[in-house]
Each structure stands twice: as C-alpha cells, then as structure tokens.
Design a protein around this ligand. Structure first.
Ligand code: ATP
Ligand code: MG
Length: 779
C-alpha cells in the first residue's frame, strides 16, 4: 500500500505533491501551461481511491478531453479494477444529463427527453424566427440563438431576459420564450439547458441538491478558467458551504439516516487564466480570480515548472502572453533544455503554406525524427483546413480533421438518429418530421402541412396528429401511407419496450424503413459511402451495448445507491444520450495508434500536447481574427489563444503565415501577426521570408520531385478509362481536380453527359466543369 502512494507521488515536485495530498478545504491549483495540472488532478483521484478509501462512485471529475478521462479511469482501474468505471468522469454536459435523467421529471418533463445539438437548435430557432417575422438579414438565426445561449449561460430565463435586449434586439426575449416553448413541446433540451436546468433543479429542490452533495464526496474540475457563470453556480450548489439558514431537507429514501448537516464535498479546481479562450461562450476568468471568495477557506497552490516543452517554446509563449495587461506575473520554466529554434516560414499563398507544412512533415517522418501521430496543424478558423486537406491528399500525408464535417453530421447518420429519436421520444417533432418521408414513402409536403395544421389546431404534438390523420381532409390513400409510418414507429417502440438493445432497434429500422434498400439499389457511388458510414454507426451501437453489459455485470450490487451510473445500460435512450454528447475532442485520434496528422482549430487544441506543432496563418486579420483588431479585450483573448497554441508543442514549433490568401474569392494581403513580433528574434529560425528563393526550396528538391510524381500518378489514375465510369455529383460534394485541387460543388445544370458543375476551388476560383469529362474524382 505504501508503495502505491509512493508510486503516485513519484517524480512529482513539491507543490504537485501537496496538491495530491491536500485534505479538507477547497483547493485551487493555478499554473501555466504544461505544469502538470491535469496530471496532478489525475493522480489525486488515484490517491483518493487508494489511500483515502474514497469510493469511486463518490468522485465527480470534470474534464474536457477524452485522453485525460481515459487516463483517469486507467489509473483508478489499476488500483481497484473494473469498478473504476462507476466513477463519474465527464464533461459538465454529460454529468448534467445523468442528473437530469434521474430528476427532471420533477419539472414535469418526460424521462425520455431528447438533446438537441447545434444543428437541431438552429432549425428550431429558424422556425421561431420565421413565426415572429424576423428579417433574416437583420436578425440571422445564429445571432438570435447566440443571444439566447448567452442568457442561459448567465442563468437568465426567458421571463427575466427582457432587460438584456439591446437596441434592435427587442424581439429576442420573445424569440427566447417561443424557442423554449417549442423545446418543451418536443420534450427536448439544448446544450445550454442541460446546465441551466440542473442548476434550477438544485435550487428548486433542496433534497435533490442535498442528495448529490452527499453522493459526491470529491469534485474535481479541470480547465476551470473556461467555466461560465452557470457552471460556476452548479459547482457552488454542489460544493459551497451548507447554508445554515435553509430548512433541513427531508431525507430521501435510500439514504442513511443523517446526523445533522454533512460537510460539503471536497473541491479541487485547476486552471490557468492565461488559457481562457471561451469568453464568447460566456466563460469568465472571474471564476478563478474569485475562487477564494466564492469558497471561503480555500487554499491556492501554484506550479511553476513546465514539463512539456523545451525552454525555447516556453520562452516564446511567455514573451507573447506577457503583452496582456493585468495578469499576475508567472514564472514558468522548463528543465528540458533549449531544443530546436522555432521555425518561421513566410509563404506566398495559403497553398504554399500547406505545401511547406506537408513537405516538412514528410521530411520529419522520413528522417525518423517524428511521426504523423505526434504532429498537429493548428489554425484559427475551420475554413483554413481546406488548403491543408488539399495538399495532404495530393501528397499522401495521412491526416484527420477534428471538428470539420463530423461523422455525426453526415446526412445518413442524422437520418437514422432521427429515426431512433422518434422511436425513443414520441414528442420529438423535429426528428419525426425529418424522416417522415425519408426514404420517400409518398408523404409529401401537402400531407405534412395538413398534419401540422391539425396539430396546431388541436394543440397536440405532431406525432399525435399523425395518428389522427383521418380527421384531416387528406385522401384515404395519403392517410394510409401515414398510418403505415405510424405503425412502423410503433412497432419499434414496442421493440424498445421489450428490452431490445440499441443496435437491434437500429438494424431493424434500417431494414424495415426501406432506408437500407434504397441505398443498396442506388448507382450513386456516394451512397456506397453512406452504407459504409451506416455500417460503422451500427458497429458503434453494438460496441456500446457490449461495453454496457460488461460494466453491468461487474457493477451489479457493488453500489446500491448509484444514480445514473455511466453506461450500465445498453438501451436505446442510453445510447442516444451517449451520441448526443460526442464532443469535437472525442474525435482526436490516439497518437500511438492513429498515426495520422491532426488538423484542428486552436480552440479544440486545449489540454493536448504534440511533439511537433505547426501554428499556421500567423497574420493580422487571421490570428488575431479580423473582428478583434479594434477591441483590446478581444485582442487579449486572441493572444491567449496563441499562447494555448504555442504551448501544445513539446519539441518543435513552426510558425507560418501567407503573404496572400483567398478570402471570398478575392486575394487578401494580411500583414504579419502582431504576435509574431512579440517573440524574440533569437528564438526564431526564419527559413523563408517572402518569395525569395531560400535554402528550404533547395534542400527539399527531392521532396518536391517526389511530390510531383505523386500528383502525376494521381492524374493518370483519374484519366485512365477504367476510372472514367460516370459520376453523379450533387451540390455540396467535394471533388479533387488534377489541376485545380480540392473543390466544392456549388451548382449543377444539365444531366447525363451534358451535366455541368460549377465548382468553387477556393483561391483557384470558381470553374464550370463538364462533369463526365473533367479530370476529377469525387471524394
Ligand atoms: P495545460 O495547461 O496545457 O492543460 P497542464 O498543466 O494540465 O497543461 P499536464 O498536461 O498535466 O499539464 O502536463 C504536461 C506534461 O508534463 C504531461 O506530459 C505530463 O505527463 C508531464 N508532467 C507533469 N508533471 C510532471 C512531473 N512531475 N514529472 C514528469 N512529467 C510531468
Ligand atoms: Mg491540462
């Protein structure tokens, strides 16, 4: 046992050790990037379980990356085996979902509520805005939705939102009210509701709050600088001092008789105010700065040694962040040695920039100095990934875009999820309407309109109105088709009620709805990809069920008072809940196994680390972002974003910018990022400045030669008669053209051998192509 404690503290420095060992009062660990905050939090959990006999079910850990969560479970599993799984390690959102599943009925919600993701919420708000007659030019749906989201993050409900409406926003409180009403009717919650409603529950029902305060004896929060007001209040409700004035809550059934008020859970939060990058989602560093006032008696521990990066990388990061005003001075140092200088590169265009990154990555790998999996490319906005994708595809650098078009955003996946939701939650109108006529079953707009009118008139959910289709003026033939659909859903609802696991329900609905058959009968090669995606989705569901059952076996009887334990449940609702919460960072491939370069935005990079990091688009107008240039507060946030980016690098950092890049079809010339100028020259190794020929171009002549051959190889593949089978393109498809590169189809005219496609090739401009003859490949 003693050796376990020793092992957990091994190699830790003194303040890290103190943070692991601390007992009792609330604890704040503040420290710069890479100083071991997440590591300390992980080890503390293991220590709690192994040395302080904490029950794994009494631990709530809030993390943001899958990697950190896996590491925490792994460490605890080493100590207590599979029971580690009953620990709550999750994001704020997932934790709240579990609580809401158990408690939300108190607010009159059905247990089977749906969780609307961003796309669903947008569609719903779209309906509200058009109902209210809001001019989409002056009031874009996204803007109204953001306004509502901000309210929720500040725990302002629609009744009290009136005073927040600024000039021109007078109708937003009403939009908020309507939006909530529609959500409620659909038995659905959006992401922000998950947090807000949990707080409301705790505040409205003292016994619920007390129950979770008793249940969680240890609460640990990573990345505390990015919590918003609602999340802070949630933590305060859970871990704040017990309010003496409040009436003693009634004991809930399964609980041990209580001897007076129990101590609040032990709270540990870790964070770095220099890495606060989510102000636009309501995050506020106030939560870190005021921690000791919010939680009286709190102890603060600071860490100063960075274990991640070379001193060169760290000095650059420190130099940049020191330009922000009003921050407490930090003294972050590294013992890792100076390492390589930072490579700077000025490209002619974004393509040139991408070429440079691709050649450099290949060289690193070929010389055995790096691996694809330990390399990341960061950019400020998602749209910048395009140039990199194009060049990476051409040159054969394996890569993965995190947070681009996500698996769960593909049409076919969203369709079947809509089926599953319609089955799980009868009131989910958005989902029911999405698949009402998918695949086509003769229930057209007219039928949908008639049903909608009936629903409005009778004040019932859409799905209820479907059952009463005969009351409409629709022809008997149409009514029959609708009844067929209702039967299809009911049949699967019965399957769920009989206890069928999610993957069985999924397989059955794919078959019985005709969805699978339609794809199978299609000649469009894209539909083949769709089938593959559906197969993958089925595999996800199956895997979910097996995991769930192993946990169930192990966890059985181990914890009698387990509320919403993670994943003991292979049912459809549990599965839907799981996939509703798949975060961007969940897609980050395992460095060891993945072996592909990771492309992502700076925001997604938080908490991660890579041997080699390319921080691209270092231009005023890109990083910092154009709209922040005139606002000191926003500029400071962009600087923090840059600090986050730089500090992800362990050994090698590249900073690049392009002299010209395409924006909305026209070339844009951005000056170098002001943040580049804040890095001392001695740390930089500029490989190329402007368009002069440089050593880089000479030295990688071989790489370029190889690259050209690959492109030619590709061209001959596309041009060969065998590859010339007819392609069908649709608006939105991505294609690869031998000369113009990656493009997106904007418009299609004509058909068969006369089909023409208007394709946007980014900086190469828009081109009109003869679909059957152009040297293109559909991606
Ligand atoms: P960020 O602010 O970026 O989230 P962090 O403070 O959470 O960083 P960690 O990710 O926990 O830092 O640690 C950075 C790296 O340093 C990790 O690879 C971690 O394993 C390593 N590390 C931290 N402390 C030590 C230590 N005492 N000995 C050896 N390695 C350490
Ligand atoms: Mg961390």
């Amino acid at each position: 046992r003693r050796s376990r404690a020793k092992e957990l503290l091994e190699g830790s420095n003194e303040p890290q050790r103190e943070a692991v060992l601390h007992e009792g009062s609330p604890l704040l660990v503040v420290a710069g990037a890479g100083s071991g905050k997440t590591r300390v939090l992980t080890r503390r959990i293991a220590y709690l379980v192994s040395e302080r006999d904490a029950h794994p079910g009494s631990i709530l850990a809030i993390t943001f990356t899958n990697k950190a969560a896996a590491e925490m479970r792994h460490r605890v599993a080493d100590i207590i085996g599979n029971r580690a799984r009953i620990m709550w390690v999750s994001t704020f959102h997932s934790a709240c979902v579990r609580i809401l599943r158990a408690e939300l009925h108190r607010f009159g919600y059905a247990r089977e509520f749906s969780i609307y993701d961003d796309a669903d919420s947008k569609r719903l708000m779209q309906l509200v805005c058009s109902d209210l007659g809001l001019d989409p030019k002056r009031h874009p749906v996204r803007k109204v939705l953001n306004w509502v989201s901000n309210c929720k993050n500040d725990l302002v409900d629609h009744e009290s939102a009136g005073s927040r409406a600024g000039l021109g926003e007078e109708s937003y409180p009403e939009a908020y009210a309507q939006y909530q009403l529609r959500l409620r009717k659909a038995s659905a919650l959006d992401f922000d509701d998950l947090i807000m409603l949990t707080v409301h529950l705790f505040q409205a029902f003292a016994e619920v709050r007390e129950h979770y305060r008793r249940r969680f004896r240890h609460v640990l929060v990573d990345e505390y600088q990015d919590t918003n007001h609602a999340q802070y209040v949630l933590i305060r409700e859970l871990c704040g001092p017990s309010d003496a004035g409040a009436a003693a809550p009634a004991p809930t059934d399964q609980e041990a008789p209580q001897e007076g008020a129990i101590d609040p859970p032990e709270l540990m939060v870790v964070g770095d105010s220099d890495q606060s990058i989510y102000a636009f989602r309501g995050a506020t560093i106030r939560n870190i700065l005021d921690f000791s006032t919010d939680f009286p008696g709190a102890r603060t521990i600071m860490l100063e040694q960075n274990y991640r990066s070379t001193q060169t990388v760290l000095s650059a990061a420190n130099a940049v962040i020191s330009h922000n005003d009003g921050r407490p001075a930090k003294n972050l140092w590294s013992a890792a040695g100076d390492g390589d200088r930072i490579v700077g590169y000025v490209a002619d265009s974004e393509h040139d920039e991408a070429q440079f990154v691709a050649s450099e990555v290949r060289e690193l790998v070929e010389q055995g100095r790096g691996t694809y999996g330990e390399t990341a490319v960061f950019y400020r906005t998602n749209a910048q990934s395009r140039a990199f994708e194009e060049v990476f595809i051409r040159t054969g650098v394996p890569y993965r875009v995190v947070g681009g078009v996500r698996f769960y955003e593909r049409k076919e996946i969203r369709d079947v999820i809509a089926y599953l939701r319609a089955i799980a939650n009868p009131a989910d109108d958005v989902s029911v309407r999405r698949i009402l006529n998918v695949p086509k079953r003769g229930i057209g707009d007219k039928s949908e309109g008639a049903i909608d009118a009936l629903a409005q008139k009778a004040g019932i959910p859409f799905s209820e109105a479907l059952r009463r289709a005969s009351e409409t003026a629709l022809a008997p033939g149409s009514v029959k088709k609708i009844t067929g659909f209702v039967d299809l859903i009911d049949e699967h609802r019965q399957l769920v009620a009989d206890g069928a696991p999610a993957h069985d329900v999924l397989a059955s609905i794919l078959d019985r709805s005709g969805y699978h058959a339609e794809l199978q009968g299609s000649k469009d090669p894209q539909d083949e990809t769709r089938m593959e995606n559906l197969a993958e989705f089925l595999a996800v569901a199956e895997e979910f069920a097996t995991q769930a059952s192993t946990v169930d076996l192990d966890g059985a009887g181990a914890e009698p008072n387990l509320v919403g334990a993670p994943e003991p449940d292979p049912s459809l609702p549990a599965f839907l809940e799981r996939i509703a919460l798949v975060a961007d960072s969940d897609q980050i491939p395992d460095a060891e196994s993945g072996g592909v370069v990771t492309l992502m935005t700076l925001h997604t990079a938080k908490g991660l680390e890579f041997d080699t990091v390319f921080l691209t688009g270092c231009e005023d107008g890109i990083l910092p972002h154009q709209r922040t240039l005139t606002d000191p507060g926003e500029l400071a946030e962009e600087r923090r974003l840059t600090y986050v980016g730089i500090t992800r690098a362990r050994k090698r950092l590249y900073l690049s910018r392009a002299v010209s890049r395409s924006a909305w079809g026209a070339p844009q010339h951005n000056p170098p990022s002001r943040f580049l100028g804040e890095i001392p020259d001695r740390l930089m190794d500029w490989r190329r400045l402007g368009s002069a020929v440089t050593s880089w171009q000479n030295s990688s002549a071989t790489a370029r030669y190889r690259e050209r051959n690959r492109i030619e190889g590709f061209a001959s593949r596309v041009d060969s008669p065998r590859a010339k089978k007819s392609i069908e393109l649709a608006v939105g498809d991505k294609i690869l053209h031998t000369s113009f590169g990656l493009g997106t189809v904007k418009k299609i005219t004509g058909s068969g051998s006369n089909a023409k496609a208007e394709v946007d090739f980014g900086s190469m401009g828009a081109k009109l192509l003869a679909v059957q003859f152009a040297p293109i490949e559909k991606l």
